[in-house]
Design a protein. Structure first.
Length: 348
């Protein structure tokens, strides 16, 4: 069990005290991945090396002398951005209940490129996808919503020009909700909804939906299905399916607020992963706990490049382009010796 003040910072002050240099950040990553002792991965070696004695950007086995980058196998592999900046971005992403935008990270960390901030946050979001693999169980509400700007034409499931998102929410008691799962779906067909249910809800659970025609065949043989006719019922739709309506409302408010409504359809799955992790950790008393969870995911998610991120988009995606010409690299947030500029004379 993670302990505040030992496994993760309890406050901004403690965060700054813990991670003053890139070496501090590397040591935390080593501890997250291997604890107090790592084993040399070279075939036939197996030497155990105390992680607290490792220094520099590479690990060196004292027996076979093989070396490997300490960020290899993480989202930080091959990065030229100092780890102090990565950790600060992860902290900002964790402690703010509404998350943080790339524009804010660029400004707060004094990055010269919006592309760098965008890439850092999307790498973190790629790691967040690892947190949503456990299936929901018990009584689960399921519905869909559409994400996108206002479009003229048919409303509801027939709306054009929007991205379709399936939502599943656990019911914990008559007024409470448990975990949530969100997923972009191509359409509202039986095939698409059955695939979503199979991936996110444990077989044998009770699935509560509206009376959309695709749900009975999508749930048949795997779940107990309860359908509500929302148009003919006396209670309002949000009273019959309170969980999914609450989540859909919070999701759209978050997109309009933190992200200012600017979410490309091709990158929406990454934003859904962030919303899911944040919602499912909403009961945590310490915001640092989310930071601990995020860094653990980042340390084990595997490397991903900017080119791989933009390949995930569709034709005509709106990923940021690199800045024209040369630009300065990010500067580490490592704490230097105080210079006390207010004590300097005008001639110094």
């Amino acid at each position: 069990m993670a302990i505040a003040g030992r496994h993760y910072p309890r406050s901004e002050r403690e965060f700054r005290a813990w991670f003053q240099t890139d070496g501090d950040c590397l040591d935390y990553l080593d501890w997250l991945r291997w604890g107090d002792e790592l084993v040399c991965s070279r075939s036939g070696c197996g030497t155990k090396v105390p992680t607290r004695k490792v220094t520099g950007r590479v690990r060196r086995c004292p027996v076979c002398t093989s070396t490997i980058s300490r960020t290899a196998g993480t989202i930080f592999e091959g990065t030229r951005v100092p780890l102090t900046l990565w950790f600060q971005a992860g902290w900002e992403l964790s402690i703010n209940k509404g998350g943080v935008s790339a524009a804010t990270i660029k400004r707060r960390l004094e990055l010269s490129s919006y592309q760098t901030a965008w890439t850092m946050l999307h790498k973190y979001r790629r790691a967040m996808a690892l947190a949503g693999r456990e299936k929901l169980s018990g009584i689960v509400e399921v519905d869909e919503t559409a994400i996108g700007g206002k479009k003229s034409g048919k409303p509801g499931r027939g709306a054009a020009g929007k991205t379709r998102v399936a939502i599943a929410v656990e019911r914990k008691d008559p007024k409470g909700f448990g975990r949530v799962r969100l997923q972009v779906i191509p359409d509202y067909s039986t095939k698409s909804l059955a695939a979503f249910l199979k991936e996110t809800v444990e077989e044998g659970s009770t699935v509560v939906t509206d009376d959309w025609k695709s749900y009975p065949p999508a749930t048949r043989g795997r779940y107990t299905h309860i359908a509500h006719n929302q148009s003919a019922s006396i209670p309002k739709p949000h009273e019959l399916l309170p969980g999914v309506h609450r989540v859909a409302s919070l999701l759209k408010r978050w997109i309009l607020g933190t992200l200012q409504g600017s979410v490309s359809p091709e990158y929406l799955p990454s934003y859904l992963d962030e919303f899911t992790l944040r919602f499912n950790r909403r009961g945590s008393e310490a915001r640092g706990m989310l930071f601990f969870r995020l860094m653990g995911l980042a340390a084990n998610a595997g490397p991903v490049t900017y080119k791989e991120l933009i390949k995930a988009g569709y034709k005509g995606n709106r990923s940021p382009e690199p800045p024209a010409g040369k630009h300065r690299g990010p500067v580490s947030l490592a704490v230097p010796e105080p210079s006390r500029p207010w004590r300097m004379s005008a001639t110094e």
